[in-house]
Design a protein around this ligand. Structure first.
Ligand code: PPS
Length: 570
């Protein structure tokens, strides 16, 4: 009898050292230069080490990176669409060189792996964005991440795994690729179709997955991403509780749920290809690819980043090279007259087709409106309502931005008092001057310091928002990208309402309450916003207020009306 042949999936890498070597490496790592892994890098390294990213054996070196960016292939020619890179600061990069060994630690300082440095280089991020994501538009989450969160220098090299990254949640649902292959083997699951998702699943998804499994006569793996998804998505804790409820609705012994700690890039077609390779590594034979797979939505001009079926096309093109088969799927809609779900292309003019989009679902949750039974299972809706209370019970942040002397602080104060008068939620004011006295007393007005200041304000506001309070922020916040970062951070925790106090520079200067404009003109104060430093005008603020014609009282009142219209107050 020959050796057991994997039924599917091909060779799997395992980059972990054996127990003895790992303890020795852990001791030795005390003397290596050390890098603290970011949240995204922690996701990537977990999947590199356990073989989910096979055939990769570490973070990409320069030749592989260039080749992946340009042609979706490693320099060996093997298909690999996504650059998996270790981005580090310039300061850290200066301490290392090719041939060094580096310790890579998690947030608690635990050494997860060591890396033999093969390359250190500064990437061309614009080229990376355009080639990999097809756009340099920062509305794309991965492009925004690349330019604003990713460090400027890349380090490539092979990894030696020392310790598996720790997870305290849903341990019973976390499987590496070797474990999952083994489970399939034990259960005799010869064909397995994977369903990738970053959203809660409803009846349409259940119907789609059941049909897909039936069509290819396979078992079903629900394989949701629980690493990093699109900013604003439902948190994975809530989602996993929803999936667990849904699992009970499948025929027994047909379906398995396992969590994938992947950091998604929302890279559309390339990402779909990547998902397929990952699922192959987990031992799946099929992957469901639906409409707009891993799509990031619309760009800053309102156009789709990718066509709805681009991902399916790309997978078709590479079908021969992929050791996993795509199961393409159309959007599932509910045909009311048939009382059943059908793929949209099977519907006729006679069908009364119903569908609730993700946006519409969020609206119904936010406003506490009905979510019909045809759309979702009651236990799933209950779970979503627990973590997504209607807006008037959620925390939110009102973020003012505008020039010095534009009237931000005055309106912010008036708004605070009015909200306190209305009662219901605690209100905190993070005014520019107050923050600079308390939180940011050591900071000046360089771009770097301003960004740090705004990020701190955003962090505090997100904590207040997450805990159901109201945060009112009133800094200048002159940079659009930083405001966007804060919006994303707070948007995950609750509501975010940006208000541009658009009082013209001439008016602010004429008022010059603090005498700062005169000093700025005289060159006594350097880097003064509007005079000798930039102010990037907000393009998508929820409200614009010019204080030339209205009193602070009226401005605050208008904001209250807006907050009421948005559902945050009643
Ligand atoms: S920032 O850019 O958002 O970090 O600025 P912020 O924290 O809101 O601080 C702005 C207040 O600091 C005073 N000040 C200056 N503003 C702009 N540029 C320069 N160089 C500067 N130096 C001091 C100014 O009083 C601002 O207060 P407001 O309330 O906006 O007038």
């Amino acid at each position: 009898m020959g050796a057991f042949k994997e039924p599917h999936g091909g060779e799997l890498k395992n980059l972990y050292l054996d127990a003895d070597s790992a303890s020795r490496e852990k001791l030795a790592a005390k003397d290596y230069p050390s890098w603290d892994l970011t949240e995204r890098q922690l996701c990537d390294i977990e999947l590199l080490l356990n073989g989910a990213f096979s055939p990769l054996e570490g973070f990409l070196g320069r030749a592989d990176y260039d080749s992946v960016v340009e042609s979706m292939r490693l320099s060996s020619g093997i298909l690999w669409p996504m650059p998996i890179t270790l981005d580090v600061s310039e300061a850290f990069a200066e301490t290392i060189k090719t041939g060094d060994r580096v310790a890579l630690r998690d947030l608690e300082g635990v050494v997860i792996a060591t890396l033999d440095v093969s390359d250190v280089w500064s990437p061309d991020k614009v080229r990376e964005a355009e080639a990999v994501y097809g756009s340099n538009d920062q509305v794309h989450p991965a492009v925004h991440y690349l330019h604003n969160a990713a460090n400027p220098v890349y380090v490539g090299g092979r990894l030696r795994g020392v310790e598996e990254p720790t997870h305290y949640d849903f341990k019973h649902l976390r499987d590496g690729p070797a474990e999952l292959r083994e489970r399939f083997r034990k259960l005799g699951w010869r064909k397995v179709v994977a369903f990738q998702t970053r959203n809660p699943m409803h009846r349409a998804h259940q119907e789609l997955t059941l049909r897909a499994a039936r069509n290819v006569e396979a078992n079903l793996l629900i394989h949701p991403v629980v690493g990093m998804t699109k900013p604003g998505d439902v948190d994975h804790f809530t989602r996993v509780r929803c999936y667990e409820h849904l699992l009970n609705r499948y025929p027994e012994q047909t379906t398995m749920l396992s969590l994938l700690p992947l950091a998604m890039r929302m890279g559309g077609p390339r990402e779909a290809l990547w998902h397929a390779i990952i699922r192959k590594n987990f031992g799946c034979t099929h992957l469901i690819v639906g409409r707009d797979h891993a799509g990031p939505g619309k760009d800053s001009k309102g156009n789709d980043f990718y066509g709805p079926y681009d991902a399916q096309e790309l997978l078709k093109e590479h079908a021969d090279e992929l050791d996993i088969t795509m199961v393409p799927f159309q959007l599932m809609v509910f045909a009311e007259n048939r009382a059943q779900y059908i793929p949209i292309d099977e519907s006729t003019d006679d069908d009364r087709v119903l569908n609730i989009s993700g946006t519409e679902l969020r609206r119904r949750l936010a406003e506490g409106l009905d979510i019909p039974e045809w759309f979702s299972f009651p236990e799933v809706v209950d779970e979503l309502r627990r973590t997504h209370p209607p807006r008037h019970k959620q925390g939110f942040t009102v973020f003012f931005t505008g020039l010095s002397g534009s009237g931000k602080s005055t309106i912010a104060n008036a708004l605070m008092v009015k909200l306190m008068e209305a009662g219901g939620r605690p209100v905190s004011l993070l005014d520019g001057d107050i923050v600079r006295k308390n939180l940011s007393s050591e900071l000046g007005f360089s771009k770097e310091h301003r960004d740090l200041n705004i990020t701190r304000i955003g962090y505090v506001a997100s904590e207040i928002t997450k805990n159901g309070g109201i945060a009112i922020c009133a800094p200048i916040a002159p940079y659009a990208a930083t405001r966007r970062t804060v919006r994303d951070m707070i948007g995950r925790a609750g509501g975010f309402v940006e208000i541009h106090v658009a009082t013209p520079l001439e008016v602010c200067e004429e008022r010059d309450r603090k005498g700062l404009y005169a000093k700025a003109r005289a060159g006594i104060i350097k880097e003064f916003t509007g005079i000798s430093d930039p102010y990037e005008v907000p393009e998508n603020a929820e409200m614009v207020i010019d204080t030339v014609d209205i009193t602070p009282d009226l401005a605050a009142h208008r904001i209250l009306v807006k907050l009421e219209a948005m559902g945050f107050i009643r």
